[in-house]
Design a protein. Sequence first.
Length: 153
Amino acid sequence: MFKSGTFVAEHVAPITDEQVQPNGVDLTVTSIDQSEGGGQIARDGKKIGDRIPVEPENDWFELSSGSYVVRYGEQVTIPEGHIGFILPRSSLLRNGASLHTAVWDTGYEGRGAGLLTVGAPIEIEVGARIGQFVLATADHEGAYDGTYHGEGL
């Protein structure tokens, strides 16, 4: 079962009242990088490819078609007995862009990142709300203690 936005808000900081939605909390974009390739996924590890920061002009990111990595402006904590997801805001989708993220397991804490896929040129303002963070109840064994625990902090 998905939790209420009020519950989710207890696990996100900093936030404004406008970010709290009925079933989640809107996350903002603080930085955007363009992937330069060179990554590797192995059976016993990984190598993240180089990234080139996209510099905003007058607080706006001007993005052409392609793939980008966005860093969220808020720190999230996944509480015991829950699992976290980030879904794109509909205004992002209606502009031909989408946000993709992995599952955030119980115990994860950090300022995460997501994959932004842009189908047609778009401008995104620094601090704009681009995704909605939701929490659902979930059974689990153990808690997340992987590579990305504490990322962006």
